[in-house]
Design a protein around this ligand. Structure first.
Ligand code: FMN
Length: 367
């Protein structure tokens, strides 16, 4: 892979997360940019993830006492400096030679919790060593249970404090934009934590439907959640839930948290925006169940809106890839700082000194 050298200082005109996306076009080859930016099919869900946030209006509340103002939250036994985490993004060496190691350094600098993907291009132990911030490990079930278990055991030993099991991507959606751009994974970009044979084991057998039978035969099912629970003491957070009935069933099985997510519009086109799916899921789970959300968060105000509608915290996907491509660890740290400042300003103007003050009263309802 040839990389465009990342910047050593941040240009003054990068002032928000979308600026990183615009800038990243000059630092990534066209096909890699399209692979990251794309949603699946017609990108209805991808677009909805943004327009749904734009359609939610805020109500300002003034003259409040901010002497104890803070963005801190408590989640699954951790005190987090702010209610946003870095979402799991695979193959980060597509963006920068140091990939996930640089992202973890940025997470450390900004005291931001990180979720490391099964498809990381650095070893999960090396990534863990780069940051003192809380770290969770994102698990994709492997074809063989011993391979799945080996990932979980390694994550436990390396100091990860939760398993995030992604269930909405048993196969990857067809990202037509990436297809048109001719994207393929360069051979030197490898998911080094999983056995090479496990990564793209999609060879067809005669008479077997490659999608409905072969790929889906490897996909996890409800009983696998129970199996996982029996094999780790770490809390398990299920990522990729949009349906409130599924959410209820997951909670009833004793899972420890849920991430409302449509995978950034990358799996099934036609799904609602995650933020639109959130209220019904919060209602199904009750007030105390740990609930996170991702897909489309680009502004501090989006974070406040998600919390107002029932999320405890959110995750940031593509902006970490774009900021990583533009300026490595410095870029990711700067991106996180922009988000933190935006969140603080939004809290100040909405009259919420603490995250626990954010509720539906922050949202505007006409009439
Ligand atoms: N989700 C996973 O659970 N595991 C992954 O390995 C993973 N890789 C991703 C790679 C890319 C390039 C992108 C854009 C997303 C990936 N996701 C993965 C989904 C993200 O964790 C997250 O759900 C999504 O990006 C959130 O939407 P946003 O990009 O609009 O913030």
């Amino acid at each position: 892979m040839k990389y465009t050298p990342p910047l050593q200082t941040i240009p003054a005109e990068i002032v928000c997360l979308d600026d990183y996306q615009r800038y990243a076009k000059d630092f990534l080859s066209h096909d890699i940019y399209e692979y990251i930016a794309a949603g699946t099919a017609d990108e209805q869900t991808l677009n909805r993830n943004r327009s749904a946030f734009a359609n939610i209006e805020l109500t300002p509340r003034v003259l409040r006492d901010f002497s104890s103002g803070s963005t801190q939250i408590s989640l699954l036994g951790h005190n987090l400096a702010h209610p946003f985490l870095l979402a799991p993004l695979g193959y980060q060496q597509l963006c920068h030679a140091s990939g996930e190691l640089a992202t973890a350094m940025a997470a450390d600098a900004m005291d931001t919790a990180i979720v490391v993907s099964t498809l990381a291009t650095a070893s999960l132990e090396d990534i863990a060593a780069q940051t003192n911030a809380p770290k969770w490990f994102q698990l994709y079930f492997q074809a063989r249970r011993e391979d799945t278990l080996s990932l979980v055991t390694r994550a436990e030993a390396a100091g990860y404090t939760a398993i995030v099991l992604t269930i909405d991507a048993p196969l990857s959606g067809l990202r037509n934009r990436a297809q048109r751009a001719g994207f393929y994974l360069p051979p030197e970009i490898q998911a080094v934590n999983i056995p090479a044979s496990a990564e793209f084991s999609q060879a067809g057998a005669p008479g077997v439907n490659p999608i409905l039978q072969q790929l889906m035969a490897l996909a996890p099912q409800w009983q696998d959640l129970r199996w996982l629970k029996q094999h780790t003491k770490l809390p398990i957070i299920i990522k990729g839930v949009i349906n409130p009935n599924d959410a209820k069933r997951i909670a009833d099985m004793g899972m420890d948290g849920i991430i409302v997510s449509n995978h950034g519009g990358r799996c099934l086109d036609g799904l609602p925006a995650s933020i639109d799916a959130l209220p019904a899921i919060r209602q199904a789970l009750g007030d105390d169940f740990p609930l996170l959300l991702d897909s489309g968060i680009r502004r501090g105000s989006d974070i406040l809106k998600a919390i107002a509608l029932g999320a405890n915290a959110v995750l940031i996907g593509r902006p970490q890839a774009f900021s990583l491509a533009v300026a490595g660890a410095l870029g990711v740290a700067h991106m996180l700082r922009l988000l933190k400042e935006e969140l603080e300003i939004t809290m100040a103007l909405c009259g919420c000194p603490q995250i626990t003050d954010i509720d539906r009263n922050c949202l505007f309802t006409p009439g």
